[in-house]
Design a protein around this ligand. Structure first.
Ligand SMILES: [Zn+2]
Length: 570
């Protein structure tokens, strides 16, 4: 049975084999460019204020502010506004009992205002509002009306109106100094002044301690002190913002290097990096490296022990065979006309992807491949077409031969080297297809799952592109319904291929996010054997396709609209 994957998009693989270190030097104290506001930032703030304060649409404000985070260069007023927008949005979400979104944005608020979020964590809305029937960590929407007074988040958010930010040079808030000649030490007006002074003094003291710890390279302590200083007096950190950002990245590195990845989820860490980058764009190189590492961990199912993940193998350069140079590894025979170095690079990516995918989806290192997978690296598109008959617009494809039992008796990938993303993208994508073939007995991997799982090896930009495609198709009313998508026997007609890919990736990602990759693979196997609806109920507590469609509409489509070109413009 030949299977082709002619609509391959892209994928990437960045191997990570050593414990992480931050290689950039800590920024010097005077290296701040922290308060430069571009026109775009000002405009985003104006728009966000309009949505937040005049139209009362906190969600829009959050979207606009998040979309421009990368530009803000440590702008504290911006972060303050974002915090206000988060709080207002959280209040609205609590009011509407949208607990999944509530939890998500509470996590984001935690980055800007850990105390507020920590207080919220004590009594998550998801548990109280839903009658505490769900296991923690995976809140579902409440299904019955609840007494608003019982939503702790709402009450808390109402108390949490932040103090107004006073920027240098702006008109100071009026201070009540009535009856200063009245020396009553307990008078309200007289109490306030020393309180403000105390606070500023305390904030400056904390900042000085933070800077001192930073100088000693005690980044953990410094980070906590910067946070405390900022909470005590917003804006006080000022010129030390790049150093605070550095401490945040250092914390992410510490978390990633923990055997069990600390207590933070990858999404938390991702947010922490984004915030750090918005505070100190000079740390972009380090930040992007960490974001790539998080992508890798996500791709490999959250494995956090890089050394244990390393595919251990050697490459044997056999020499010339049937007009090709042949290089062999434990699972691949690589036919090429390239340098030995290039062939080894391809070998490493293929072997590593193979191992990563078996571990991620099936929790094992996979069986021996007998025979090995043949990997043909054609010099260019012309030679690829001449050898395979597949048009050169396809960047590559894979094919398998199976017995009726499902046992794979032939594996082959054909790629061409003039595709710029061949090593990063096409090779991991196709290798994933090869791993999946034969994993579901006599059943072929359904197209939606096969492509969705393969595309998830791709870099974040590519996956975001699919989400944008999906948002556009959603607006145009072109989406498949979920039942239809899951029952497609083959690729749809050409004009619907982009939306097919986009929805497949998002659906696999959605289901995987519920219970992890291995449960998803079990669900798929049971679904192929006994029907998807039964398998949905068994593995996800989702009653049937209608229930799945309803959740999809509620959770996925709401989220995907963030990628709508009209909203985020990214
Ligand atoms: Zn594919």
């Amino acid at each position: 049975m030949a299977r082709y994957g002619p609509f391959v998009v892209c994928a990437s693989l960045a191997l990570f084999l050593r414990p992480l270190t931050l290689t950039a030097e800590p920024p010097a104290k005077d290296a701040d460019a922290a308060f430069r506001n571009s026109l775009a930032v000002q405009s985003a703030m104006d728009q966000a204020r309009g949505w937040l304060f005049q139209k009362g649409d906190a969600q829009k404000a959050v979207e606009i502010l998040e979309a421009n985070l990368a530009r803000i260069n440590g702008n504290t007023a911006y972060l303050q506004l974002l915090r206000d927008a988060y709080r207002a949005y959280l209040a609205q979400l609590a009011h509407r009992q949208q607990t999944a979104l509530f939890d998500k944005y509470r996590e984001r608020l935690a980055i800007l205002d850990p105390d507020a979020a920590r207080m919220l964590t004590l009594q998550p809305v998801s548990q109280t509002a839903a009658g505490d029937t769900k296991p923690p960590g995976r809140p579902e929407l409440a299904t019955k009306p609840v007494d608003k007074a019982k939503i702790p988040g709402l009450a808390l958010l109402q108390q949490l109106t932040p103090p107004k930010l006073s920027l240098p040079g702006s008109k100071a808030a009026p201070t009540i100094r009535a009856k200063l000649d009245d020396d009553d030490p307990f008078g309200l007006a007289n109490k306030r002044l020393p309180k403000t002074d105390d606070r500023q003094q305390r904030a400056r003291g904390l900042l000085a301690q933070a800077d001192a710890e930073f100088g000693q390279r005690h980044y953990g302590q410094a980070r906590v002190l910067y946070e405390q200083a900022h909470k005590t007096e917003p804006g006080v950190v000022g010129a030390s913002i790049p150093r605070w950002a550095y401490c945040k990245l250092s914390n992410v590195v510490d978390q990633l290097n923990q055997p069990k990845q600390g207590n933070s989820s990858l999404s938390d860490l991702e947010c922490e990096i984004q915030v750090a980058l918005s505070m100190a764009p000079s740390l972009a190189t380090e930040g992007k490296k960490l974001l790539r590492e998080i992508d890798d961990r996500r791709r490999t199912g959250g494995q956090s022990s890089p050394a244990a993940l390393r595919a251990d193998f050697s490459v044997k350069h056999v020499g010339r065979v049937q007009g090709w140079q042949l290089a062999e590894t434990p699972h691949f025979r690589i036919f090429h006309h390239q340098s030995a170095e290039f062939a080894e690079k391809a070998a490493r990516i293929a072997e590593q992807t193979r191992l990563d995918m078996y571990r991620k989806w099936f929790g094992n290192d996979g069986p021996e491949w007998t025979p090995k997978c043949d990997l043909y690296l054609h010099a260019n598109g012309q030679e690829y077409t001449r050898a395979t008959g597949v048009p050169s617009q396809s960047p590559g494809h894979s094919r398998f031969d199976s017995e009726n039992s499902g046992r794979v008796i032939g594996r082959r990938m054909d790629l061409h080297c003039d595709v710029p993303t061949m090593l990063d993208a096409v090779l991991p994508h196709e290798t994933t297809h090869v791993v999946l073939a034969g994993q579901f007995g006599r059943h072929q991997v359904p197209r939606w799952a096969d492509e969705g799982m393969a595309v998830l090896t791709e870099p974040r930009e590519k996956i975001d592109q699919h989400r944008r495609n999906m948002a556009r198709s959603h607006q145009e009313g072109q989406l498949f319904n979920v039942r239809e998508l899951m029952h497609l026997q083959d690729y749809p007609q050409a004009r619907r291929v982009p939306v097919f890919y986009a929805q497949s990736v998002v659906l696999v990602d959605f289901l995987t996010s519920l219970r992890g990759p291995r449960v998803f693979a079990d669900f798929l196997r049971d679904g192929l054997n006994g029907g998807y609806e039964q398998a949905l109920a068994k593995h996800y507590g989702i009653r049937d396709f209608n229930d799945l469609q309803a959740r999809w509409n509620r959770q996925v489509l709401a989220e995907i609209n963030r990628f709508s070109p009209g909203v985020a413009g990214r």
